[in-house]
Ligand binder design. Structure first.
Ligand SMILES: Nc1ncnc2c1ncn2[C@@H]1O[C@H](COP(=O)(O)OP(=O)(O)OP(=O)(O)O)[C@@H](O)[C@H]1O
Ligand SMILES: [Mg+2]
Length: 297
Protein backbone atom coordinates (compact mmCIF):
# COMPACT_ATOMS: atom_id res chain seq x y z
CA UNK A 1 0.00 0.00 0.00
CA UNK A 2 2.74 2.43 0.98
CA UNK A 3 5.47 0.86 -1.15
CA UNK A 4 5.52 3.40 -3.98
CA UNK A 5 5.29 6.32 -1.56
CA UNK A 6 8.50 5.34 0.24
CA UNK A 7 10.25 3.88 -2.80
CA UNK A 8 9.98 0.18 -1.95
CA UNK A 9 9.73 -2.40 -4.67
CA UNK A 10 8.01 -4.79 -2.26
CA UNK A 11 6.74 -4.83 1.28
CA UNK A 12 9.78 -4.67 3.62
CA UNK A 13 7.92 -5.99 6.66
CA UNK A 14 6.06 -8.96 5.32
CA UNK A 15 5.25 -11.47 8.06
CA UNK A 16 6.21 -14.56 6.10
CA UNK A 17 9.44 -16.41 6.95
CA UNK A 18 11.02 -15.49 3.63
CA UNK A 19 14.71 -16.48 3.36
CA UNK A 20 15.28 -13.85 0.68
CA UNK A 21 14.83 -11.27 3.46
CA UNK A 22 17.19 -13.06 5.82
CA UNK A 23 19.12 -10.73 8.08
CA UNK A 24 22.30 -12.53 9.00
CA UNK A 25 22.67 -11.52 12.61
CA UNK A 26 25.56 -13.38 14.28
CA UNK A 27 23.14 -15.67 16.12
CA UNK A 28 21.07 -16.42 13.01
CA UNK A 29 24.29 -17.02 11.10
CA UNK A 30 25.48 -19.40 13.80
CA UNK A 31 22.14 -21.22 13.94
CA UNK A 32 22.16 -21.70 10.18
CA UNK A 33 25.75 -22.92 10.25
CA UNK A 34 24.74 -25.43 12.94
CA UNK A 35 21.80 -26.67 10.91
CA UNK A 36 23.94 -27.16 7.83
CA UNK A 37 26.71 -28.76 9.85
CA UNK A 38 24.09 -31.09 11.29
CA UNK A 39 23.12 -32.26 7.82
CA UNK A 40 26.70 -32.70 6.66
CA UNK A 41 28.01 -34.42 9.75
CA UNK A 42 25.11 -36.88 10.15
CA UNK A 43 24.97 -36.25 13.84
CA UNK A 44 21.36 -37.22 14.43
CA UNK A 45 19.26 -34.81 16.43
CA UNK A 46 19.61 -31.05 16.23
CA UNK A 47 17.35 -28.86 18.34
CA UNK A 48 16.60 -25.21 17.60
CA UNK A 49 14.67 -23.27 20.21
CA UNK A 50 13.77 -19.66 20.84
CA UNK A 51 11.10 -17.22 21.95
CA UNK A 52 7.98 -16.81 19.86
CA UNK A 53 8.75 -14.89 16.67
CA UNK A 54 12.56 -14.95 16.84
CA UNK A 55 13.10 -16.60 13.45
CA UNK A 56 13.02 -20.38 13.94
CA UNK A 57 10.75 -21.08 10.98
CA UNK A 58 12.78 -18.64 8.88
CA UNK A 59 15.91 -20.65 9.73
CA UNK A 60 14.14 -23.86 8.72
CA UNK A 61 13.13 -22.25 5.42
CA UNK A 62 16.81 -21.44 4.83
CA UNK A 63 17.67 -25.02 5.67
CA UNK A 64 15.07 -26.23 3.18
CA UNK A 65 16.63 -24.02 0.49
CA UNK A 66 19.98 -25.59 1.29
CA UNK A 67 18.52 -29.10 1.11
CA UNK A 68 16.89 -28.34 -2.25
CA UNK A 69 20.15 -26.96 -3.59
CA UNK A 70 21.98 -30.11 -2.49
CA UNK A 71 19.19 -32.39 -3.71
CA UNK A 72 18.84 -33.90 -0.27
CA UNK A 73 15.50 -35.60 0.31
CA UNK A 74 13.60 -34.33 3.31
CA UNK A 75 10.27 -34.47 5.03
CA UNK A 76 9.14 -31.37 6.83
CA UNK A 77 6.28 -31.28 9.25
CA UNK A 78 4.94 -27.88 10.17
CA UNK A 79 1.88 -29.00 12.01
CA UNK A 80 2.94 -30.77 15.14
CA UNK A 81 -0.51 -31.40 16.57
CA UNK A 82 -0.50 -34.89 15.17
CA UNK A 83 -1.12 -38.33 16.51
CA UNK A 84 1.25 -41.19 15.72
CA UNK A 85 -0.78 -42.40 12.71
CA UNK A 86 -0.96 -38.93 11.19
CA UNK A 87 2.75 -38.45 11.78
CA UNK A 88 3.65 -41.58 9.81
CA UNK A 89 1.16 -40.76 7.10
CA UNK A 90 2.63 -37.28 6.59
CA UNK A 91 6.18 -38.63 6.71
CA UNK A 92 5.33 -41.18 4.01
CA UNK A 93 3.65 -38.51 1.94
CA UNK A 94 6.57 -36.09 2.15
CA UNK A 95 9.17 -38.71 1.31
CA UNK A 96 6.90 -40.16 -1.35
CA UNK A 97 7.08 -43.65 0.13
CA UNK A 98 5.30 -46.21 -2.02
CA UNK A 99 3.38 -48.15 0.59
CA UNK A 100 0.14 -48.16 2.47
CA UNK A 101 0.63 -44.82 4.17
CA UNK A 102 -1.95 -45.61 6.79
CA UNK A 103 0.02 -48.59 8.06
CA UNK A 104 2.80 -47.66 10.47
CA UNK A 105 4.54 -50.99 9.86
CA UNK A 106 4.56 -50.50 6.09
CA UNK A 107 5.73 -46.92 6.39
CA UNK A 108 8.57 -47.97 8.68
CA UNK A 109 9.68 -50.76 6.34
CA UNK A 110 9.53 -48.54 3.34
CA UNK A 111 11.34 -45.73 5.14
CA UNK A 112 14.07 -48.09 6.27
CA UNK A 113 14.60 -49.26 2.69
CA UNK A 114 14.73 -45.72 1.39
CA UNK A 115 17.22 -44.63 4.05
CA UNK A 116 19.49 -47.60 3.43
CA UNK A 117 19.37 -47.09 -0.33
CA UNK A 118 20.18 -43.44 0.02
CA UNK A 119 22.93 -44.07 2.57
CA UNK A 120 24.48 -46.69 0.25
CA UNK A 121 24.59 -44.04 -2.45
CA UNK A 122 26.33 -41.72 0.04
CA UNK A 123 23.26 -39.55 0.42
CA UNK A 124 21.54 -38.42 3.53
CA UNK A 125 17.88 -37.88 4.37
CA UNK A 126 16.38 -35.26 6.64
CA UNK A 127 13.33 -34.88 8.83
CA UNK A 128 12.36 -31.37 9.92
CA UNK A 129 9.74 -30.84 12.60
CA UNK A 130 8.67 -27.29 13.36
CA UNK A 131 6.60 -26.33 16.40
CA UNK A 132 8.05 -29.42 18.06
CA UNK A 133 7.10 -28.11 21.52
CA UNK A 134 3.54 -29.17 20.67
CA UNK A 135 4.44 -32.79 19.95
CA UNK A 136 2.77 -35.37 22.14
CA UNK A 137 5.04 -37.68 24.07
CA UNK A 138 4.20 -40.74 21.94
CA UNK A 139 5.01 -38.91 18.68
CA UNK A 140 8.30 -37.61 20.08
CA UNK A 141 9.09 -41.15 21.15
CA UNK A 142 8.52 -42.40 17.58
CA UNK A 143 10.80 -39.65 16.32
CA UNK A 144 13.44 -40.68 18.85
CA UNK A 145 13.25 -44.24 17.56
CA UNK A 146 13.67 -43.01 13.98
CA UNK A 147 16.81 -41.31 15.20
CA UNK A 148 18.18 -44.70 16.16
CA UNK A 149 18.35 -45.89 12.57
CA UNK A 150 21.99 -45.95 11.61
CA UNK A 151 24.66 -47.72 9.65
CA UNK A 152 28.37 -47.81 10.34
CA UNK A 153 28.95 -44.35 8.98
CA UNK A 154 26.37 -42.58 11.03
CA UNK A 155 22.71 -41.80 11.40
CA UNK A 156 20.51 -42.55 8.45
CA UNK A 157 18.06 -39.80 9.22
CA UNK A 158 19.07 -36.30 10.32
CA UNK A 159 16.36 -34.92 12.53
CA UNK A 160 15.74 -31.23 13.25
CA UNK A 161 13.36 -30.24 15.98
CA UNK A 162 12.45 -26.57 16.23
CA UNK A 163 10.19 -25.07 18.82
CA UNK A 164 9.53 -22.54 21.48
CA UNK A 165 11.42 -22.62 24.76
CA UNK A 166 8.90 -25.06 26.13
CA UNK A 167 10.74 -27.64 24.03
CA UNK A 168 13.90 -27.01 26.06
CA UNK A 169 11.88 -27.56 29.23
CA UNK A 170 10.29 -30.70 27.81
CA UNK A 171 13.71 -32.16 27.07
CA UNK A 172 14.67 -31.65 30.69
CA UNK A 173 11.79 -33.84 31.91
CA UNK A 174 12.74 -37.35 33.04
CA UNK A 175 10.57 -39.08 30.40
CA UNK A 176 12.53 -37.33 27.64
CA UNK A 177 15.93 -38.25 29.05
CA UNK A 178 16.68 -40.71 26.28
CA UNK A 179 15.87 -38.17 23.61
CA UNK A 180 17.88 -35.47 25.34
CA UNK A 181 20.95 -37.72 25.38
CA UNK A 182 20.72 -38.11 21.62
CA UNK A 183 20.68 -34.43 20.85
CA UNK A 184 23.98 -33.70 19.16
CA UNK A 185 23.57 -29.95 18.81
CA UNK A 186 21.34 -27.37 20.39
CA UNK A 187 21.00 -23.80 19.32
CA UNK A 188 18.89 -20.99 20.65
CA UNK A 189 17.62 -17.81 19.08
CA UNK A 190 17.13 -14.80 21.29
CA UNK A 191 15.66 -11.42 20.59
CA UNK A 192 17.66 -8.58 19.01
CA UNK A 193 19.57 -6.04 21.06
CA UNK A 194 19.22 -2.36 20.00
CA UNK A 195 22.09 -2.44 17.50
CA UNK A 196 20.87 -5.68 15.94
CA UNK A 197 17.28 -4.45 15.77
CA UNK A 198 18.36 -1.28 13.95
CA UNK A 199 20.52 -3.26 11.52
CA UNK A 200 17.61 -5.68 11.02
CA UNK A 201 15.16 -2.92 10.08
CA UNK A 202 17.70 -1.24 7.79
CA UNK A 203 18.48 -4.54 6.13
CA UNK A 204 14.80 -5.31 5.43
CA UNK A 205 14.22 -1.86 4.00
CA UNK A 206 17.37 -2.10 1.87
CA UNK A 207 16.28 -5.51 0.61
CA UNK A 208 12.92 -3.98 -0.34
CA UNK A 209 14.66 -1.31 -2.39
CA UNK A 210 15.36 1.54 0.04
CA UNK A 211 19.00 1.83 0.98
CA UNK A 212 20.05 4.21 3.78
CA UNK A 213 16.53 4.72 5.02
CA UNK A 214 15.70 7.91 6.94
CA UNK A 215 12.06 7.11 7.74
CA UNK A 216 12.87 5.74 11.18
CA UNK A 217 15.47 7.71 13.14
CA UNK A 218 18.00 5.91 15.37
CA UNK A 219 16.23 7.24 18.48
CA UNK A 220 12.85 6.00 17.33
CA UNK A 221 14.45 2.70 16.39
CA UNK A 222 15.71 2.30 19.96
CA UNK A 223 12.17 2.82 21.19
CA UNK A 224 10.84 0.24 18.72
CA UNK A 225 13.42 -2.25 19.96
CA UNK A 226 12.36 -1.56 23.53
CA UNK A 227 8.63 -1.87 22.91
CA UNK A 228 9.02 -5.00 20.78
CA UNK A 229 11.57 -6.45 23.21
CA UNK A 230 13.69 -7.04 20.13
CA UNK A 231 11.39 -9.77 18.77
CA UNK A 232 11.66 -9.74 14.96
CA UNK A 233 7.98 -10.52 14.35
CA UNK A 234 6.89 -7.66 16.59
CA UNK A 235 9.43 -5.34 15.01
CA UNK A 236 7.93 -6.19 11.61
CA UNK A 237 4.40 -5.56 12.82
CA UNK A 238 5.31 -2.25 14.46
CA UNK A 239 7.30 -0.99 11.48
CA UNK A 240 4.60 -2.02 9.02
CA UNK A 241 1.97 -0.12 10.97
CA UNK A 242 4.30 2.80 11.47
CA UNK A 243 4.95 3.14 7.76
CA UNK A 244 1.25 2.87 7.09
CA UNK A 245 0.56 5.67 9.56
CA UNK A 246 3.28 7.88 8.10
CA UNK A 247 1.93 7.20 4.63
CA UNK A 248 -1.59 8.13 5.73
CA UNK A 249 -0.20 11.38 7.12
CA UNK A 250 1.75 11.96 3.92
CA UNK A 251 5.10 12.23 5.63
CA UNK A 252 8.29 10.27 5.03
CA UNK A 253 9.36 10.54 8.65
CA UNK A 254 7.93 8.43 11.45
CA UNK A 255 7.54 10.06 14.87
CA UNK A 256 7.22 8.93 18.45
CA UNK A 257 3.58 10.08 18.44
CA UNK A 258 2.93 7.68 15.56
CA UNK A 259 4.69 4.90 17.43
CA UNK A 260 2.57 5.58 20.51
CA UNK A 261 -0.56 5.28 18.39
CA UNK A 262 0.64 2.11 16.70
CA UNK A 263 1.67 0.32 19.88
CA UNK A 264 -1.57 1.37 21.60
CA UNK A 265 -3.57 -0.02 18.66
CA UNK A 266 -1.55 -3.22 18.81
CA UNK A 267 -2.25 -3.41 22.56
CA UNK A 268 1.45 -3.98 22.95
CA UNK A 269 2.55 -4.54 26.48
CA UNK A 270 5.91 -3.26 27.54
CA UNK A 271 7.32 -2.01 30.78
CA UNK A 272 5.96 1.52 30.79
CA UNK A 273 8.17 4.23 29.42
CA UNK A 274 11.85 3.98 29.99
CA UNK A 275 13.70 6.17 32.46
CA UNK A 276 14.78 8.22 29.46
CA UNK A 277 11.15 9.10 28.90
CA UNK A 278 10.09 9.16 32.50
CA UNK A 279 8.96 12.23 34.40
CA UNK A 280 11.51 14.94 34.32
CA UNK A 281 13.20 13.72 31.17
CA UNK A 282 12.01 16.78 29.28
CA UNK A 283 11.16 19.21 32.09
CA UNK A 284 11.92 22.19 29.93
CA UNK A 285 9.19 21.18 27.48
CA UNK A 286 6.52 20.13 29.93
CA UNK A 287 5.52 17.65 27.24
CA UNK A 288 4.49 14.03 27.31
CA UNK A 289 6.92 11.80 25.44
CA UNK A 290 4.49 11.29 22.56
CA UNK A 291 4.41 15.03 21.99
CA UNK A 292 8.14 15.29 21.49
CA UNK A 293 9.26 14.73 17.90
CA UNK A 294 12.40 12.67 17.55
CA UNK A 295 13.44 14.32 14.34
CA UNK A 296 13.89 17.97 13.65
CA UNK A 297 12.94 17.63 9.97
N1 LIG B 1 17.05 -13.25 10.80
C1 LIG B 1 15.92 -12.83 10.26
N2 LIG B 1 15.94 -12.21 9.04
C2 LIG B 1 14.82 -11.76 8.47
N3 LIG B 1 13.60 -11.89 9.00
C3 LIG B 1 13.52 -12.49 10.21
C4 LIG B 1 14.65 -12.99 10.90
N4 LIG B 1 14.26 -13.53 12.06
C5 LIG B 1 12.93 -13.36 12.09
N5 LIG B 1 12.47 -12.74 10.99
C6 LIG B 1 11.10 -12.36 10.68
O1 LIG B 1 10.37 -12.38 11.88
C7 LIG B 1 9.11 -12.98 11.69
C8 LIG B 1 8.96 -14.18 12.61
O2 LIG B 1 9.87 -15.17 12.21
P1 LIG B 1 9.55 -16.73 12.31
O3 LIG B 1 8.17 -17.01 11.85
O4 LIG B 1 10.66 -17.43 11.63
O5 LIG B 1 9.65 -16.91 13.89
P2 LIG B 1 9.44 -18.21 14.76
O6 LIG B 1 10.55 -18.24 15.74
O7 LIG B 1 9.27 -19.39 13.89
O8 LIG B 1 8.06 -17.87 15.50
P3 LIG B 1 7.06 -18.88 16.27
O9 LIG B 1 7.68 -19.15 17.60
O10 LIG B 1 5.77 -18.12 16.39
O11 LIG B 1 6.92 -20.11 15.42
C9 LIG B 1 9.01 -13.34 10.21
O12 LIG B 1 8.31 -12.32 9.54
C10 LIG B 1 10.44 -13.35 9.73
O13 LIG B 1 10.53 -12.95 8.43
MG1 LIG C 1 7.68 -20.71 13.67
Amino acid sequence: MYNAFFGFTENPFNMSPDPSFLFRSPQHEEALANLIYGVQSRKGFIVLTGEVGTGKTTMLECLRDFLYSQQIAFASLFNSRLNVEQFFELLAYDLDLRCNRLSKTEVLLSLNNLLLERAAAGRTTVLIVDEAHNLEWDVLEEIRLLGNLENRRGKLLQIFLAGQQELDRKLEAPEYRQLKQRVALRCTLRSFDPAEAAAYVDSRMARAGLKNQTIISPELMDEIQFRSQGIPRLINAICDNLLLTAFAMETRTATLAMLDEVTADMRLEYLGHRAFHAEGAYPEHGLRPSQIPFRAD
